[in-house]
Ligand binder design. Structure first.
Ligand SMILES: C[S@@+](CC[C@H](N)C(=O)[O-])C[C@H]1O[C@@H](n2cnc3c(N)ncnc32)[C@H](O)[C@@H]1O
Length: 191
């Protein structure tokens, strides 16, 4: 990676960490919120492995947008969807500051009409919030993305896998944050 890009990513990651630490103090210590930041360097290493020209990237639950912005700076055609308006504003400000073309939409990454049932028939969505689907704002659907990234809370990874199986293209990859990161190949279910 060239030096200028490396240094921009380093500055972005440092600022993203500072924002996440301030969020812990100002927001999460007062009221529960599901935003916890991933280790951006772990995600960056994975993005470098998956990098290919023109590939599209969606960050589901993009919070401050650091990961979608990193993806854009690495050459992905990157978008983020986030349900918290204050966080979307932070992401757009960071994208401007780091001269990134990553686009952020306010709303839910769950497509309209999506219903989840786990193996016991339970429809609960865990920490995921319900809201208007944000895909129309992007002018895209889940099917249009080559790589779908999410940082699921414990027990939510099955929902993300179900979502990608049902709505993403057959060659899409689902990237789930964790230690280690998990990569799934999306496969649309028949019917
Ligand atoms: C664990 S944080 C992940 C933040 C960021 N992607 C990262 O990895 O650093 C999950 C984020 O998903 C957002 N969220 C929850 N439900 C959502 C939904 N249905 N659609 C879009 N965003 C959602 C939360 O507001 C929170 O910012």
């Amino acid at each position: 990676m060239e030096g200028a890009l490396q240094s921009k990513l380093t500055r972005l990651i440092a600022e993203g960490r500072e924002i996440a630490s301030a969020f812990e103090l100002d927001v999460r210590q007062k009221k529960w919120h599901s935003f916890i930041a991933a280790d951006y360097n772990v995600v960056l290493r994975q993005l470098l492995r998956l990098r290919r020209p023109g590939a599209s990237f969606l960050e589901c639950g993009s919070a401050t947008g650091v990961i979608a912005i990193m993806a854009d700076l690495l050459g992905f055609d990157a978008c983020g969807i986030e349900i918290d308006a204050d966080l979307v504003a932070v992401a757009r400000r960071l994208a401007d500051k780091y001269e990134s073309a990553a686009r952020f939409a306010l709303g839910s990454f769950l497509p309209t009409g999506y219903e989840y049932r786990d193996s016991t028939g339970d429809r609960r969505l865990g920490t995921l919030m319900q809201g208007k689907s944000a895909y129309p704002q992007l002018g895209r659907s889940l099917e249009d993305f080559d790589i779908v990234f999410a940082y699921p809370w414990e027990g939510e990874s099955a929902l993300l896998q179900d979502l990608v199986k049902r709505y993403a293209g057959s060659d899409a990859q689902l990237l789930l944050y964790g230690d280690p990161m998990e990569v799934y190949r999306g496969k649309r279910q028949a019917g």
